[in-house]
Structures are given as structure tokens and as C-alpha cells.
Design a protein around this ligand. Structure first.
Ligand code: TXA
Ligand code: MG
Length: 320
């Protein structure tokens, strides 16, 4: 848990235009003052992120909606009221104060209130908007611990706040509320069914193609190891084939783990259900690289609840 001193140093750094990595319930963010163009330029440079990719502005509470957005539709207020703080990002028409550097030149802004005590303390103490992408280098696996952040960005961040391991583990669900009906641009911590239940109508799913969020392209979230999504019944045969070819092969599988596996197959930690899978997913993919695996065979959880987001990330990781 971060100390008050950590928060003070982080707020000072943000006010001076610096970069602060901080925990959220989803993944660690790399943050800067969302109104400081120079800080935003440094943020994009450190991440290695294309400037036309917008970043999410993190705010202390739903009260801040009207500071950053205009024409906020009733559905957005319902979702904010029910899901914030929490793993939901709302895309809304931007207020004029939102810099182009945040929105990638678009006329919309993504807003989110994280549900994590260190993030909440930081946002309340800073009392402004913190623009923050995930604190990994562009196109790499998102960080779920402070050590992951240091491994990727050491020396380039002014303050790293440590809030322990992230409790959700995959990124926020992004809902574009500027269209009727609203559309999900990225599956994440808040299930689609809950969004639909809250607004009382179905939502579109626009997670690929030109209108989706830039940065949710197919080849994303990938470790160095090749990820292959397989059915439980195919694990033994696929593993045997890769092992025979000389590859170092790992298995990431929801429990129960398939039986009668070939010798030499490295069984990574096995999540008990979809929530557990989400929490462990990125750390297991990082672990696969640390172990020098060439191939990770992944058996996905069922796609109910957060399971849909887990399958989405595995599928994207496998596309690289
Ligand atoms: O859980 C999360 O959302 C984490 C934590 C740190 O809050 N953040 C995160 O940020 O995942 P990032 O930058 O890795 O992904 C943000 C996604 C990108 O795909 C971006 O294109 C999309 O959000 N996005 C941001 N603003 C948008 C906008 N105005 N319109 C459409 N997509 C937007
Ligand atoms: Mg990211």
C-alpha cells in the first residue's frame, strides 16, 4: 500500500508535468496531468504509442463528468452511477478544455473512475484529471504489479506507486455513449450483460474495425511466446506436436486441467474460474516469457461475465 509520502511525491510530480505509474483495479496506469501538453508528449514517447491513439482520463468521481464531457446522455449517467468507481470507461463528447493530445484529435473523450484505494487517494489529492494508458510499452502485455511496471519502464517514470497486485486483471470495458444504442468498444471488467441490464436495452459490439478504439487491434497484449487458443480436448495432441518439433511448450488452462499430458509440457498456474483467470492472465503470460517458453497453449474459461474479456485478450495475443 502506498504511503501518504508516496501520494505527495506523486502529486508533486504530476503538477511538475512528470509521469506517475499507479495501480488501478484493472491494470497499472502510466499517468500525467491530462491538461499538460508537454507531459502528454512525454507520456506518448515513453510508451512508444502512436499519437492518434486516445488515452483515458481518470477522474476522482462521477461529479467530474461535466468538467470533461458535454452532451452527456442519460445512459452514461446511469452507467457511471452504477459502475463507478469500477472497470468501466465511458466515451463521451469532449469538453473544450480536453487537449487534442488526450483524444488523438477526436471529438470524444474516454473517462473512468478507478476502484483502487491508492488510485483514489492520488486522484483526490491531485484534484484533476490524470491521463493514463496501461503502464506497458506499446503492444506489450499490460502490467498488473509495480514490478511489472519497473520491468518495462524503469528509469523513465518519476514515481511508481505500489498498490499490490491488481484485483480485476484485465482492462476496463469501454462503452461509447455517443451513439444510439451505445456500443462496447472493448470488452473488459464490466460484463456486457450488466451494461445492457443497467441501460435496459441491447448494446452494439464494435470491438474491431475502423470505428473501434484505436489500440484494440488484433495483434495486441502479446508476450514473446506464441499463444494458441485450444480446446481442452486438443491439448495433449497439440503439445505433443510442438514438443516433437523442439519447442518449449506451456499450458495455461482453467481448472480442471486436462489429464494425460505429455512429459515436458510446462503447466502454468491454473485459474479456478473466469475471475481468477482475468486476475492471473497477464502475470502468467509474463511468466511464460521468463521461463523461455516458445508456445503457450491456452484453454479459455467460459465466456460468461469477465470470461468474454479473457477470451478476447487471448485471441488478440494469439494474433501476433
Ligand atoms: O483499465 C483500463 O482502462 C486501463 C487503466 C490504466 O485504467 N487503461 C487502459 O488504457 O487500458 P490503454 O491506453 O491501454 O487503453 C485505452 C483504450 C485504447 O484502446 C484507446 O483507443 C481507447 O481506450 N480510448 C480512449 N479514449 C477513447 C475515445 N475517445 N474513443 C475511443 N476509444 C478511446
Ligand atoms: Mg493498453
Amino acid at each position: 500500500m502506498a504511503t501518504a509520502v508516496g501520494i505527495d511525491a506523486a502529486v508533486d510530480a504530476l503538477r511538475r508535468g512528470g509521469l506517475v505509474a499507479f495501480p488501478t483495479e484493472t491494470v497499472y496506469g502510466l499517468g500525467c496531468d491530462a491538461t499538460n501538453d508537454q507531459a502528454l508528449a512525454r507520456l506518448y514517447a515513453v510508451k512508444g504509442r502512436p499519437v492518434e491513439h486516445p488515452v483515458i482520463v481518470h477522474v476522482p468521481g462521477a461529479d467530474a463528468l461535466d468538467d470533461w464531457a458535454v452532451d452527456v446522455p442519460p445512459e452514461a449517467r446511469i452507467l457511471a452511477g452504477a459502475c463507478w468507481p469500477g472497470p468501466l470507461t465511458l466515451v463521451l463528447r469532449r469538453a473544450t478544455r480536453v487537449p487534442d493530445a488526450v483524444t488523438g484529435g477526436r471529438d470524444t473523450v474516454g473517462l473512468r473512475v478507478p476502484d483502487q484505494p491508492v488510485a483514489a487517494a492520488l486522484l483526490h489529492a491531485f484534484d484533476g484529471g490524470i491521463a493514463a494508458p496501461s503502464a506497458n510499452r506499446f503492444g506489450r502485455v499490460s502490467p498488473t504489479t509495480a514490478d511489472d511496471v519497473r520491468a518495462d519502464l524503469d528509469g523513465e517514470v518519476d514515481v511508481v506507486l505500489d498498490g499490490g497486485a491488481c484485483t480485476v486483471g484485465v482492462e476496463s470495458t469501454i462503452v461509447d455513449c455517443t451513439t444510439v444504442p451505445p456500443a462496447i468498444l472493448r470488452l473488459g471488467g464490466i460484463p456486457r450483460a450488466l451494461v445492457e441490464e443497467l441501460i435496459g436495452s441491447s448494446v452494439a459490439l464494435r470491438t474491431s474495425g475502423e470505428t473501434a478504439s484505436p489500440g484494440t487491434m488484433a495483434a495486441h497484449y502479446a508476450p514473446d511466446a506464441r499463444v494458441i487458443v485450444v480446446d481442452a480436448g486438443d491439448v495433449a495432441a497439440r503439445a505433443t506436436g510442438f514438443l516433437a518439433g523442439g519447442d518449449r511448450v506451456g499450458l495455461l488452462s482453467v481448472q480442471p486441467v486436462p489429464r494425460d499430458l505429455p512429459e515436458g509440457l510446462v503447466v502454468l498456474d491454473s485459474p479456478v474460474d473466469a475471475d481468477d483467470y482475468a486476475r492471473m492472465l497477464y502475470s502468467q503470460l509474463r511468466d511464460a516469457d521468463r521461463r523461455g517458453l516458445d508456445v503457450v497453449l491456452a484453454v479459455a474459461p467460459t465466456t460468461e461475465g469477465i470470461g468474454a474479456a479473457v477470451l478476447d485478450r487471448l485471441t488478440r495475443a494469439s494474433a501476433s
